[in-house]
Design a protein around this ligand. Structure first.
Ligand SMILES: *Cc1c(COP(=O)(O)O)cnc(C)c1O
Length: 297
């Protein structure tokens, strides 16, 4: 529990401390993908992401841990040396560069080449998208439920950074599967705009649940705080990051968690919400905090 925020009790789920691959939602998702990989005889893992991607760092770490080779298809436009990239290099992952509009073909060609060489590749979608990624956050939701039951507490609001939407989809599926009422799950978009951003969450839910007959209004995907897009920041984001690090020792970054935390503060004040139990899910990305520390904070 953190000091109160605008008259609300603020709680935080520290998934950044998830004890695998330097934590975060990508580590949670990667764990399930590698459980699945162990059922196959794959010797290569192929995935997609930028140089700053938390997902690629988590996958590269898991691959090395399991003695598998790891290839990362990455758009050359986003290439820069980041802490995640340094870590991926330490895990022995290899990058394959291509123009951003040739990502799909490059993935296809890479998988084909490996097969022709007699290898068995396993593909993990960018960001850990897909039903296994969704499952990871159904499980996280169940951890939240257990926590609430043990302490006789109910969260009125849950906030977090929403990107490719599987974290979001998993949380809402968890809520629906357990019939929880009186709780708003609010994803703060860090890049995508509506209607597409929200639609991707709905699609992930339909895919996971195997049907589309759920109340769509359960998905609140807020695109008011994207500040011009992925990795861009504005307003009070840097100030929020400073304050949280100083007062609560919580590292946030400008791309994901800092943006979402700031978005949550804005939401609580613009909706005049007070006297509620509010949970923020820290989705990780600690290496980005250190990248930001060099340049921004
Ligand atoms: C990827 C990421 C997100 C967004 O998760 P999605 O499941 O893609 O919506 C949020 N926070 C951090 C730190 C991330 O790395």
């Amino acid at each position: 529990m953190l000091p109160s925020l605008r008259g609300n009790q603020l709680f935080i789920k520290r998934d950044d401390l998830y004890p695998l691959c330097f934590g975060g939602n990508k580590a949670r998702k990667a764990r399930l993908f590698f459980k699945d990989i162990q059922k196959t005889n794959a010797d290569y893992v192929v995935t997609y992401g930028s140089g700053s991607s938390n997902h690629c760092r988590a996958v590269a770490n898991m691959a090395a841990m399991h003695g598998l080779s790891c290839l990362i298809v990455t758009p050359e436009e986003t290439d820069k040396l980041t802490n995640n990239k340094r870590l991926a290099a330490m895990f022995g992952a290899e990058y394959i560069y291509c123009p951003v509009d040739r990502v799909a073909q490059t993935i296809e060609a890479t998988l084909e080449r490996l097969k022709n060489q007699g290898h068995t590749p396993y593909f993990i979608p960018g960001g850990g998208h897909g039903n296994l990624g969704t499952q990871a956050y159904v499980e996280a939701y169940e951890e939240i439920l257990t926590w609430e039951r043990q302490r006789n507490c109910h969260f009125d609001y849950i906030f977090f950074a929403s990107g490719t939407g599987t974290t979001h989809a998993g949380l809402v599926c968890g809520k629906l599967l357990h019939g929880v009422k009186g709780q708003k799950i609010v994803g703060i978009s860090i890049a995508r705009k509506n209607p597409r951003g929200r639609q991707v969450v709905l699609d992930s839910m339909t895919d996971y649940l195997g049907h589309a007959s759920f109340p769509e209004e359960e998905v609140e995907f807020l695109d008011d705080h994207i500040c011009g897009g992925y990795g861009k920041y504005c307003g009070g984001i840097v100030e929020t990051i400073r304050r949280q690090m100083i007062q609560n020792s919580i590292p946030l970054d400008v791309t994901y968690t800092g943006k979402a935390f700031w978005g949550m503060e804005q939401y609580l004040s613009s909706h005049e919400i007070t006297g509620k139990n509010v949970l923020f899910i820290h989705t990780g990305g600690t290496p980005l905090f250190f990248d930001d520390l060099e340049q921004i904070i």
